[in-house]
Design a protein around this ligand. Structure first.
Ligand code: ADP
Ligand code: MG
Length: 476
């Protein structure tokens, strides 16, 4: 029975650290360069080439560790992880093993309304490998990625569902992007997830055997791969089979995982401290300096938005998904002096437009200042909310200030009692049947009258005044 089981999930997230050069030499990290353009004797592992550690990679790791509530080790050590791959010319990967730079933290995030905490076991620095591509009877190796700095963030096996795993990965990405230590670009491989999954009986005390699904570069696939894997494992065990510790891959077209290789144990790698690299010693002062440069993190920002701008928790959560969006909202809120309306406009009208046109907030055709000006026009009743939508759609292709657009197009709201009264009278006179039904108790028809008057005024009549006058007149 499915309900007898519960999954145990832990994620390893490999984040590419934003640095200009590689972790152990000065080859460029620029993406999209021609094959083997970003290489040197160190990346090629030519005999005698020596690694020198990149200070920015360490600084970005400290930053991330602090944001993930980790302890920063004052002394951490680079080790050799020995294995053979054609795209790993040294025959070992430089990583950190028993003395990683960051240890013991946690990340808090929301899954719907539920606040969830996932523990961080450790985060360690390592170098990326190159890339092989296979072409019929030959293969090519591109070493541009060899030596790209990575921070591997390892979670505790705390995650209780596929959805939580995907949300956890999103939360980590969000923090990395706020810190500006990783661009979070999944398509370019700047962020990859390995998902460890096992299942256990609900009343069991020991974890089951875990399977690792490697190198997933989409959060949707994280969720799908884990869900598939949970069902597969339960099915295998319930039909009398056994789960082996292995590495699997996810096939997103078939929506299935399949076995890649039997999983090595840590001792298979023969880790030992790299004699070419000194231990990394981090002073108290360095940590303090980095701490003082930490930006406001999404969770704190969301809380501040609720306190300062009195917007609902959900809005604050959505608006802080991206730092640029949060900054944009904050500017609109301040300039318009109407944070609630600002959050609605940013979350609904603006986001819809940006999504449809596939543009980022930084390239929004409507600047925060112009959106704030539009909101001020609604607030001061110069235009109605409905007309504002029309003005907004003009603003998408017209750079003028909304006030100018309203004036030029004659969209100012009609708030003159005489004019509105005349429209109300006309509509009442033209709808004797509806008036009779309304007076006979069919209250719902009120909306019909409002609609007719709005139509007659091309949406420009002040809705509050329509309501007031219409109520009076319909009483008869
Ligand atoms: P490896 O180098 O073998 O991948 P790591 O220590 O880097 O090992 O990562 C192990 C990951 O597996 C961690 O995220 C951990 O939380 C998770 N994990 C450990 N045991 C289990 C288990 N029984 N079921 C699911 N996940 C597990
Ligand atoms: Mg690992």
């Amino acid at each position: 029975m499915l309900s007898d089981w519960k999954p145990v999930i832990g994620l390893e997230i490999h984040a590419q650290l934003n640095t200009k050069s590689k972790i152990f030499c000065n080859d460029s990290t620029e993406f999209g360069k021609g094959d083997n353009q970003n290489i040197s004797p160190v990346s090629l592992a030519l005999p005698g080439a020596l690694p020198v550690v990149n200070k920015m990679a360490i600084e970005n790791s400290i930053k991330t560790g602090l944001a993930l509530n980790c302890e920063i080790r004052r002394k951490s050590v680079f080790s050799r992880k020995n294995y053979f791959y054609p795209d790993l010319p040294k025959g070992y990967q430089i990583s950190q093993f028993d003395e990683p730079i960051c240890e013991g933290g946690y990340v808090d995030f929301f899954v719907g309304e539920e606040e969830v905490r996932v523990g961080i076991t450790r985060a360690h620095m390592e170098e990326d490998a190159g890339k092989s591509t296979h072409h019929g009877d030959y293969s090519l190796i591109n070493l541009n990625r060899a030596g790209i700095p990575l921070l591997e963030i390892v979670s505790e096996p705390d995650i209780k569902s596929a959805l939580h795993a995907a949300e956890y990965a999103r939360a980590v990405r969000q923090i990395l992007k706020y810190l500006n230590v990783c661009d979070g670009n999944l398509e370019e491989g700047s962020l990859r997830c390995d998902c460890n999954v096992s299942v256990m009986k609900k009343d069991a005390t020991e974890f089951g055997t875990r399977v690792e699904i490697k190198n997933i570069n989409s959060f949707r696939f994280v969720e799908k791969a884990i869900d598939y894997e949970i069902s597969r494992q339960i099915e295998v065990i319930e039909s009398g089979g056994e789960i082996f510790q292995e590495t699997r891959l996810f096939d997103s077209t078939k929506n299935k995982t399949y076995s890649m290789r039997k999983k090595e144990q840590a001792h298979d790698y023969r880790f030992f401290p790299d004699p070419d690299l000194l231990p990394v010693i981090i002073s108290e002062k360095w940590i303090e300096d980095v701490k003082s440069t930490l930006p406001e993190l999404p969770k704190d920002m969301a809380q501040r938005f609720q306190d300062e701008y009195k917007i609902p928790k959900y809005d604050a959560f959505v608006l802080t998904q991206e730092k640029e969006l949060a900054n944009y909202f904050e500017k609109v809120a301040k300039e318009s002096n109407n944070p609630k309306m600002a959050s609605n406009w940013v979350m609904v009208e603006l986001q819809r437009e940006l999504n449809e046109q596939k543009i980022t907030i930084e390239n929004s055709p409507v600047s925060a200042q112009r959106l704030a000006n539009l909101i001020k026009l609604i607030d001061t009743k110069i235009i109605s909310g409905k007309i504002a939508k029309k003005v907004f759609s003009i603003m998408l292709t017209d750079e003028k200030d909304p006030k100018m657009i309203v004036e030029e197009q004659g969209l100012v709201q009609i708030s003159d009692t005489g004019t509105i009264e005349k429209m109300v009278d006309e509509v009442i006179a033209a709808s004797p049947n509806q008036v009779e039904q309304y007076r006979g108790g069919k209250d719902k028809l009120f909306g019909y009258f409002v609609g007719q008057i709005m139509k007659a005024s091309k949406g420009q009549a002040n809705p509050e005044m329509i309501n007031k006058l219409l109520k009076e007149k319909l009483k008869g």
